[in-house]
Structures are given as structure tokens and as C-alpha cells.
Design a protein around this ligand. Structure first.
Ligand code: 6GU
Length: 229
């Protein structure tokens, strides 16, 4: 699976890409992440990527020419031109079903915005899928792009070991339930004991206890999930 990230801040990514599961997936050749600095596609001598909004108002708007030039240069870099995603708080909110849909693509091109957003013509010309990661405002799409990469690669075959299977994650099965409480050593911490049932070795009893825990937790914390069909 290939991701191309188009951003004004490519240096935000290597730290994240170099750690843990993602590093392993990249080293194993299962995932490739290509970073592209939108500033390299500016056409003026000052490398201008943003400008003041027509009509006035605060902040700066990302200019249409460098963004479109960058996208149109990057898409042909692979036989598969990829699925174009624009990260914007105005997009459709991402959920696990959306992540599963994205994971069907072999290549995803992630366009990160900054400042007060993109010139509207970026959207009109490129017709990207527009995605938000929630109802709050980020300083830019970079962290949202990392969220998408993080969630999608978990579904790429081979990225998770057997021990980490995504099959029993919260949200991966319908109805979407939260996970049961987990414990590891020690058996007691500041008077708090690990539930006796988990030490019983009876896998049937443990499975039923966990299923009930999941249901109760979901009821207490996210009753909205139980309403969904
Ligand atoms: Cl994708 N971008 C920005 N700037 N803010 C957000 C977002 C994206 N998703 C939620 N808030």
C-alpha cells in the first residue's frame, strides 16, 4: 500500500513514520509513504504558497496553483493514480467504516491544508474526497493524515502480527462494542486485584465474562453505539 502525503511541513512525518508498527510495515515493504513538499511546486521566485483572502478577513489561504501543480505531478508517479483525499474540517467525519473503505485502495494521496484552508478552486478542480477526523479544529491536516495512515495500515494484510489481529478491535465488528478491560502483571497494585476469573484458566468462562464486560462498558460509555444497526 502506498501513501503520498502532500504538505507544507514534511518534517512533521519522519518521527512518526520511524516508530513501532509503521516502521516495521515500511521495513517489510508492506507500506510505502512518500512525502512531497508543496512548496517545491511554487511558480514565483518567493516560493509563495499562501496569500490573503479576497474579500478580506484574517489568516492566509493556500493558493490554487502550487497545490494543483503538486497533485498533478505526484499522481502520475505510480501506475495507480491513487485515491485523492483532502484533509479538512469541512469533510465527512472519519469512522471505522470509512477507514475500511480507504483500505480498499492500493494508493492514497493525502492533501494536507494549513492556515484558513484552500482556495475553493482546489476542491473544484481536483474533486478530492474530503475527510475530517472530528469536530474540533487542528492547525493543519498533517496530524489528520497521520491518523488516516495509522488506522488504515492496521487493515493491510501482514502489518499486524497474529497476536495483534484487528479482528477483535473495538469497532471492527457489528454491533460495534468497546473492548473489555485488560490486565497484566502484577496481580495486585495498591490494593486493586486482577479479577479472579482471568486467573481461572477456563477460556469459556473468561470469554463470556469479557463479552459481558464489553456490553456493559459500551452501555455505560457509548450507549449511542448500541442504537446503531
Ligand atoms: Cl482533516 N484538518 C483540520 N485543520 N482540522 C481538523 C481536521 C482536519 N479534522 C478535524 N479537525
Amino acid at each position: 500500500m502506498r501513501f503520498d502525503v502532500l504538505t507544507l511541513f514534511p518534517d512533521m512525518f519522519p518521527g512518526y513514520l520511524g516508530q513501532s508498527l509503521l516502521k516495521r510495515a515500511i521495513d517489510a515493504g508492506l507500506v510505502e509513504v512518500c512525502l512531497h513538499d508543496i512548496r517545491n511546486w511554487t511558480q514565483d521566485k518567493h516560493n509563495k504558497v499562501d496569500d490573503r483572502p479576497y474579500g478580506g478577513g484574517p489568516g492566509m489561504v493556500m493558493m490554487v496553483e502550487p497545490v494543483v501543480a503538486c497533485v498533478e505531478a505526484v499522481r502520475p508517479m505510480d501506475d495507480d493514480s491513487g485515491h485523492l483525499v483532502m484533509l479538512t474540517p469541512q469533510g465527512q467525519p472519519l469512522d471505522q467504516a470509512g477507514v475500511e473503505r480507504l483500505a480498499q485502495h492500493q494508493r492514497i494521496v493525502l492533501l494536507c491544508g494549513r492556515y484558513e484552508g484552500f482556495d475553493e478552486r482546489v476542491r473544484l478542480v481536483l474533486k478530492p474526497e474530503e475527510i475530517s477526523i472530528g469536530d474540533y479544529v487542528l492547525n493543519g491536516g498533517e496530524v489528520a493524515a497521520m491518523v488516516i495512515i495509522d488506522a488504515v495500515i492496521r487493515l493491510v494484510p501482514g502489518v499486524l502480527g497474529d497476536a495483534e489481529s484487528s479482528q477483535c478491535d473495538s469497532f471492527s465488528t457489528a454491533p460495534r462494542l468497546l473492548e473489555f478491560a485488560q490486565y497484566t502483571r502484577p496481580r495486585e497494585f495498591r490494593g486493586l486485584q486482577v479479577p479472579e476469573i482471568l486467573l481461572s484458566g477456563d477460556h469459556g468462562v473468561i470469554a463470556r465474562w469479557r463479552a459481558e464486560e464489553s456490553r456493559q462498558r459500551t452501555q455505560e460509555r457509548r450507549a449511542d453505539l448500541l442504537e446503531e444497526t
